[in-house]
Design a protein around this ligand. Structure first.
Ligand SMILES: *Cc1c(COP(=O)(O)O)cnc(C)c1O
Length: 387
């Protein structure tokens, strides 16, 4: 019995390597933008969630600096203890106003917003119905809640109806959870149908607007606005870290929901409040989103252009800035991502276990110039692997 209890780590890592699932970090040493310095090489950036190009915007940077000078680098405590600042309230008001909800609450990340909200709303007597392609934070929130979890097939309403009919009456509360823009696919959940099913079967409905906030809808409020569902009873989650260019997460909904979360959500109560810099940057981003719709319009022009120019490829269905090129194996995805990087284009290979099938994932930004998009198109069309 001289075995080392940590030996399995190396063996597991070796298995990850063999499957071509191994991942490691890459260093960017420039401002976040449409073109970045990646490991010393200038590349066009199709790997960023900064859809509106706000993460490097002067105004956000200035807001973060000012807030830091005024309030310091850390918020020094949880919100209920010593961490609450007027800035947090201003940000929550701005989010509620953007989303047209009664109230909103900011968390330290979108991941924590999902963990905290789901675990607070349901428990062992309850049921969660979850889309198969939901984000990791929704899946892990569901597990942590202790509720019975049933997955329905991706965006498959008949499958969801069947599962509701078979199971709803066996449980106390029921929560349906879904991404609104699916983060690794780019397609949208069938929100109007989900809302009417939730009403019909007496379920709560939680939508994760992480990739939709600032991007979807006439005012950038998200998919709920895009589908004309503003004002419906819903639990909306989102992040401040994608189109809003900062860090943090939010929940938007009724005043009662938010009040309840403030009293019960462990990942809000027992964690340090969002830093002054992050809070101020997000606040500045929301003001820009509301006053500069031209950024969103430019983003959508870029999306439509790229979709149209790449229509001969095996693109996964998408209605968002996330455009995926379906591939057959992880090796192929890795090799192509590598070739693109060498050609000056940065786009990640997304592989199992993150997704069921390998793909290259391109994120469009408002700040991509036509020539950036053209270079991507040229690279893909000239590469025989794709045609
Ligand atoms: C990115 C993302 C999150 C997590 O947000 P963070 O603020 O980065 O923690 C949650 N849900 C979805 C769908 C996401 O894409």
């Amino acid at each position: 019995m001289s075995s080392n209890p940590y030996d399995w780590l190396e063996k597991s890592l070796a298995t990850i390597h063999r499957a071509n699932w191994y991942r490691s970090v890459k260093t960017i040493d420039s401002l976040p933008d449409a073109v970045v310095n990646l490991e010393g090489k200038k590349v066009i950036n199709f790997a960023s969630n900064d859809y509106l190009g706000l993460a490097g915007d002067e105004r956000l940077i200035e807001a973060a600096i000012q807030a830091t000078q005024q309030y310091g680098t850390g918020s020094t405590g949880s919100r209920l203890l010593s961490g609450h600042r007027e800035l947090h309230q201003e940000l929550e008001n701005a989010i509620a106003s953007l989303k047209q909800t009664e109230s909103a609450l900011v968390f330290s990340s979108g991941y924590l917003a999902n963990l905290g909200t789901i675990t607070t709303l349901v428990g062992q007597k309850d049921l969660i119905l979850t889309d198969k392609y939901n984000h990791s934070s929704l899946k892990n929130g569901a597990k942590l809640s202790g509720a019975k979890i049933i997955e329905y097939n991706h965006c498959d309403i008949p499958d969801l109806i069947l599962k509701l009919q078979q199971n709803r009456s066996l449980y106390r509360r029921c929560l349906i959870i879904t991404d609104s823009v699916f983060s690794m696919d780019g397609d949208l959940c069938p929100l109007p149908q989900l809302i009417s099913l939730a009403e019909q079967f007496d379920c709560m409905l939680l939508v994760d607007e992480a990739h939709a906030t600032g991007v979807m809808g006439k005012t950038g409020a998200g998919c709920v606005e895009h589908f004309n569902c503003t004002g419906k009873q819903l639990i909306q989650i989102g992040t401040l870290s994608k189109a809003l260019g900062s860090l943090g997460g939010y929940v938007a909904g009724s005043a009662t929901l938010i009040d309840f979360l403030r009293n019960r959500a462990p990942s809000w109560i027992y964690t340090t409040a969002l830093s002054p810099a992050d809070t101020a940057a997000a606040l500045s981003a929301i003001a820009i989103i509301q006053t500069e719709p031209s950024r969103r319009k430019q983003l959508w022009r870029n999306i439509h252009y790229l979709q149209q120019q790449l229509s001969q490829f095996n693109l996964l269905p998408s209605a968002s800035p996330i455009i995926c090129l379906g591939l057959t194996t992880p090796e192929q995805a890795l090799k192509l991502a590598q070739q693109l990087t060498e050609a000056g284009i940065f786009a990640p290979a997304i592989r199992p276990p993150t997704v069921p099938t390998s793909r290259l994932r391109f994120s469009v930004m408002a700040t991509h110039q036509t020539e950036h998009l053209q270079q991507l198109i040229t690279q893909l069309t000239s590469n025989y692997y794709f045609s």
